[in-house]
Design a protein around this ligand. Structure first.
Ligand code: DAH
Length: 336
């Protein structure tokens, strides 16, 4: 008996939830609480309950009766108030609630866009250490021991030197060229390969509107037989048009980097702005190839490196690099 009472309470709740109009509601209420309803049917059978159980059953009857009355008055109210159709529990006409969604950081957006452009051109994204040794940051990149770029004022050297070996936070992503070609050698692979390597770099510059002690670069490297400067220009021009727009013009100015020969800087011009420098590039120096056991007689390659913050500042018109790192929500929301 007690089970049967509980059962009608549960069912009444379930059925009330899906009631859609006043007529169905009345019918349902009648089914449970009417003179010939389920509850009345059960109470009429109290005489069949053993005398010693009647007290408990009677109590349960009172409780269920109250529960049913509550269910039907609740639903009656909500039906009456809304003029009818949906129940109180689920109003499918209400606007949904959304979790607060964040947005990608502008630097992430630039890294993703640049990476995907190069991926479409056949480059593979790779990621490597931020703490490096001098071989990967300098020596194998043909940067001699007395080069000013190795000065301790221009680098974050780590610890005290061990056996003359110093480690540092990398000052450029060009380290990944050496890391990757070491790996090619160790795994007995050979060119061709095309890689793109985005990541953080560190230089102890005083912070101002255009300098930060940590920033991001994207490195590229392509090595194969017969890679020429024409390939370099073709790939980088394609990239500039994809990133800044189809009308973008490019120009290459001769420059010097120890790890490329010849070397150049590429400028872009778009939307009536002047020429803006966006990256350094060049043909991989034969000494760099030799440092990683790749025969420069047989293979050649080109490399390039660009600053992510600089690209983001140009593309989005950001005037101060510090805005990228302050996490001001008003700044970040603009990139949603
Ligand atoms: N590593 C250079 C820098 O930090 C950028 C660069 C220039 C990278 C020329 C290259 C390159 O791969 O070929 O200023």
């Amino acid at each position: 008996m007690i089970e049967a009472l509980k059962e009608i309470e549960t069912r009444a709740k379930e059925e009330a939830l899906v009631v859609r109009d006043a007529k169905a509601f009345e019918a349902l209420k009648n089914k449970y609480l009417g003179r010939k309803g389920l509850f009345a049917f059960l109470t009429a059978r109290i005489s069949e309950v053993a005398p010693e159980e009647r007290r408990a059953v009677g109590q349960e009857m009172n409780r269920v009766k109250q529960a049913l009355e509550e269910i039907f008055s609740e639903y009656g109210k909500s039906l009456g108030a809304s003029g009818a159709v949906y129940t109180k529990e689920i109003d499918t006409t209400m606007p949904g609630t959304y979790p607060a969604a964040g947005s990608l950081h502008p630097l992430t957006l630039v890294v993703q866009e640049v990476t995907s452009i190069f991926e479409r051109l056949g480059f593979r994204a790779v990621d490597w250490f931020e703490a490096e040794d001098e071989r990967h940051n300098f020596d194998a990149l043909n940067i001699p021991t007395d080069h000013p770029a190795r000065d301790s004022f221009d680098n974050f050297y780590l610890d005290d030197p061990v056996d003359g070996e110093r480690n540092l936070l990398r000052s450029q992503t060009s380290t990944v060229q050496i890391r990757f070609m070491d790996w090619v050698k160790e795994t007995k692979r050979r060119p061709p390969f095309k890689i793109i390597a985005p990541g953080k770099v560190y230089r102890p510059d005083a912070t101002d509107a255009t300098h930060s002690f940590m920033f991001h670069q994207i490195e590229g490297l392509y090595v194969d037989e017969d890679v020429s400067f024409a390939h370099l220009k073709g790939v980088l021009e394609r990239f500039a048009k994809e990133f800044f727009g189809p009308e973008t013009m490019t120009q290459f100015r001769p420059h010097f980097f120890p790890f490329t020969e010849p070397s150049a800087e590429m400028d872009v011009q778009w939307e009536s702005r002047g020429w803006l420098e966006i990256l350094g590039a060049g043909m991989v120096h034969p000494r760099v190839l030799r440092a990683v056991n790749i025969d420069p007689q047989r293979y050649s390659g080109f490399a390039f490196g660009m600053g992510v913050e600089r690209m983001a500042m140009l593309k989005y018109g950001v005037k101060d690099i510090r805005q990228f790192f302050e996490n001001d929500i008003r700044f970040l929301r603009q990139f949603a």
